[in-house]
Design a protein around this ligand. Structure first.
Ligand SMILES: Nc1ncnc2c1ncn2[C@@H]1O[C@H](COP(=O)(O)OP(=O)(O)OP(=O)(O)O)[C@@H](O)[C@H]1O
Length: 277
């Protein structure tokens, strides 16, 4: 079933000559992971803000089209209530950290304070999230004194704490090393298994190939390609729009192995080559 639908959505920031998002339509299904790619300034963050209701609530400008959450216009929801339905982790974790809490524990618990749950339940939930996001050793640290990658994990844990149905992640790994990046993707996989719908803006296409069900490609504010991961991330046209393709796909496209069935991951390539021997 579709949990969030956009119908012909366009948006123009105030005083801007051009629309940042143009005629976008899609349906997000429960429990699926969507990877969102596109060159800089193609409209990815703007789209995230529209889906979370920050546009037009916090940013003015002209928004047209329909945004339906569980079949109801998103404007009919209270923006605060939406936080426990649609979680949003910003591109810059500095923006996300509340600034009013002195420990990682309190920071993760912060959003839960208004949900009317007991202190015991809250503590159990924070401990569970600290384990999931590998934050146990940092639990008493001040969030502002952490590294960029650690802050990012705290921000993600805080968003997940509210148990939203949809989680929007805007470039969650941009400040992370390869090991921490892989950890975030493992968390994404874990959240998917819990039935969450994930909308993941990310440039690391090799990992998107492994973890996503579908890919959306934006260019100049338009959705120029959209479909199953294996169809989009093996298509040379993606390069034309300034986005990347997985390393193994680039290799196959340039080699005599180029055929209709390009593998997206190294593992899939091994399996394919073994099968052809
Ligand atoms: N607050 C704003 N006011 C006016 N224009 C904006 C604002 N934020 C973004 N834009 C413009 O909207 C367009 C889309 O930007 P957006 O940040 O959504 O793209 P993006 O794909 O997320 O880029 P990046 O990968 O660099 O984060 C760009 O032309 C940008 O200059």
């Amino acid at each position: 079933m579709s949990i969030l639908s956009l119908r012909n959505v366009s948006y123009q920031y105030p005083l801007e000559a051009e629309k940042a998002v143009k005629h976008i339509s899609f349906d997000l299904k429960e429990g699926k992971v969507y990877g969102v790619i596109g060159a800089n300034e193609s409209g990815k963050t703007t789209l995230c803000n529209i889906m979370r209701g920050f546009i037009p609530e916090l940013y003015k400008g002209e928004l047209t089209g329909e945004i339906l959450y569980k079949g109801k216009d998103i404007a009919e929801y209270n923006i605060g209530d939406l936080a426990s339905e649609i979680g949003y982790s910003f591109q810059n974790p500095f923006t996300q950290i509340s600034g009013v809490k002195e420990t990682v524990f309190e920071e993760i618990a912060y959003g839960m304070e208004n949900l009317g749950i007991s202190r015991e339940q809250m503590t159990a939930r924070v401990n569970e999230l600290a384990a999931l996001f590998n934050l146990e050793e940092l639990i008493n640290e001040n969030p502002f004194e952490l590294s960029g990658g650690q802050k990012q994990r705290v921000a993600l844990a805080s968003v997940t704490a509210l148990d939203p149905k949809i989680i929007i992640l805007d470039e969650p790994t941009s400040q992370l090393d390869p090991k921490s990046t892989e950890d975030i993707f493992k968390v994404v996989e874990h959240l998917k298994k819990q039935g969450k719908t994930i909308f993941l803006v990310e440039h690391k296409v090799d990992l998107l190939a492994e973890y996503c069900d579908e890919i959306f490609l934006l260019s100049g504010g338009e959705m120029v390609m959209q479909g199953k991961t294996k169809d989009i991330l093996s298509d040379e046209k993606v390069l034309k729009y300034g986005a990347g393709l997985p390393q193994i796909v680039l290799y196959f496209l340039q080699s005599e192995l180029n055929n209709a069935n390009i593998p997206l991951t190294v593992e899939a390539a091994y399996q394919m080559l073994e099968g052809s021997e």
